[in-house]
Design a protein around this ligand. Structure first.
Ligand code: ZN
Length: 440
């Protein structure tokens, strides 16, 4: 795959992944296409033979792995993780509100979203609905309206002369999307609208009663290239779909030559404490099933490396003072190794050194990030996974601007660079790396 094809594939992956549910479905489809076999958590996994496998939890988290040799011969896993979720607006259970002839939908803010960019965007709705047919058990289906069906119009500046100097956003009252005009006295039933959409996308639900839903708003503008030389890419949810896509593609390239694993966790944007989050038991559960004996499992974990991939803050030229002047990640100059003295990132000189050598082996540049000493540092799935499993971990990610905006900006080369690094990680016999604790 060349770099332009990689970008086309990334843009298509983003378009097909408006929610964490869809990210997992899109990733699973890629893995199925590459010959991975799905394992159900409710089945027995005894005596898995060498091959390619994946499992899904909650429809929002996924683990895929390749076993290059029989389980009893495995000494280490090349592991990498990313998160499937992004900040968004989630539709409330009873969302319909008829006000002045408009049907509005009540929403909650999911994660640490930048709210201002949600105004004046052509929004659509996607997620999961549960439904029951006549005499059948409860079923779940993904839906995606795909077309713009909602808008949150700004208040005109004529009605708020301080808009450019003093406007704040009230999440309960200001951030309510409009979906239609109605002359009815009664509030139109949102569940009827959803049932129609369900039938359109899933004809098998013909006699269905819609029971419940997990639905989110998203921006319909597709990802694309920007810049006089096309040097930027812009799009929704680049944090962290670039990493998810790259990890899936990297593991697929593995061809069962090495034993590798990727975990795509949900709920990173809300603290990762959930059945599908990095502070939940998903990865530990899978390793327990592969290596039931605790001592043996710990031997494998101790010999492994976990690469936690989550986007990093590139220096913004209009706000450069927000960065440490000696640590200024630049777009298109390679993946960023993230370091924090207080363990908000899990990187140390061993794991960071291994990642540097991987980049060198892959022929791509890399950079470093540390937060200003007078600003609080964010975190990601790396320290949580390291703490849960005790696995040596490095936190890295592609540099980007406008993190948690509805539309983010990155460089056109950095995802491609990260992919080369991940392919090296997952396929090279020793990746050119040898150290006392971790032998690749
Ligand atoms: Zn992230």
């Amino acid at each position: 795959m060349d770099q332009p094809t990689y970008l086309d594939n990334l843009f298509s992956y983003i378009k097909q992944s408006p929610t964490s549910l869809h990210t997992v479905a899109t990733s699973a489809a890629l893995l199925n296409g590459a010959g991975f076999q799905r394992l159900l958590e409710s089945d027995s996994w005894n005596n898995l033979s060498p091959g390619r496998y994946y499992a899904v939890r909650n429809d929002t988290s996924l683990i895929a792995f390749t076993l290059a040799e029989p389980l009893e011969s495995i000494t280490l896993f090349r592991m990498a993780g990313a998160h499937t979720d992004s900040p968004a607006l989630r539709i409330k259970p009873n969302p319909g509100q008829l006000r002045h002839g408009y049907l509005r939908l009540g929403v909650e803010v999911y994660g640490g979203a930048l709210l201002a960019p949600w105004f004046d965007r052509d929004l659509s709705i996607a997620g999961r609905v549960s439904w029951q047919g006549k005499n059948s058990p409860l079923q779940c289906s993904l839906i995606d309206f795909q077309r713009p069906v909602a808008i949150i119009p700004s208040l005109a500046i004529h009605l708020d002369r301080d808009a450019n100097t003093n406007r704040t956003i009230d999440k309960q009252n200001d951030l309510v999307p409009l979906v239609m005009l109605s002359e009815e006295k009664e509030t139109p039933d949102f569940r009827t609208i959803l049932t129609q959409q369900l039938l359109q996308e899933h004809p098998e639900a013909a006699t269905a009663e819609l029971i419940d839903f997990d639905l989110y708003l998203y921006d319909t503008q597709p990802a694309g290239r920007v810049g006089l030389n096309n040097e930027f890419i812009t799009g929704p949810r680049l944090d962290n779909l670039i990493s998810c896509h790259t990890l899936v593609q990297g593991l697929i390239k593995n061809q069962i030559r090495r034993t590798g694993l990727i975990v795509l966790n949900d709920h990173e944007e809300v603290g990762s404490v959930s059945t599908a989050g990095a502070q939940g038991p998903l990865l530990a559960n899978v390793l327990e099933r592969l290596f039931p004996e605790p001592g043996r499992r710990q031997e494998v974990i101790a010999g492994s490396l976990f690469i936690s991939a989550d986007n990093a803050h590139a220096v913004h030229p209009n706000f450069a003072a927000k960065h440490d002047p000696e640590h200024l990640p630049i777009l298109n100059q390679g993946p960023v190794i993230k370091v924090n003295a207080n363990q908000r990132y899990a990187t140390n000189s061993l794991t960071g050194g291994l990642f540097r050598l991987l980049c060198r082996k892959a022929g791509v540049p890399c950079q470093q990030f540390v937060m200003r000493s007078d600003l609080a540092c964010g975190s990601t799935i790396g320290p949580l996974t390291a703490a849960e499993l005790g696995v040596p971990t490095v936190d890295i990610g592609v540099p980007q601007l406008a993190m948690h905006s509805i539309r983010e900006t990155a460089g056109h080369l950095d995802g491609w660079y990260l992919l080369q690094t991940m392919i090296t990680f997952f396929t090279e016999p020793d990746a050119g790396i040898r150290c006392p604790e971790i032998n690749f």
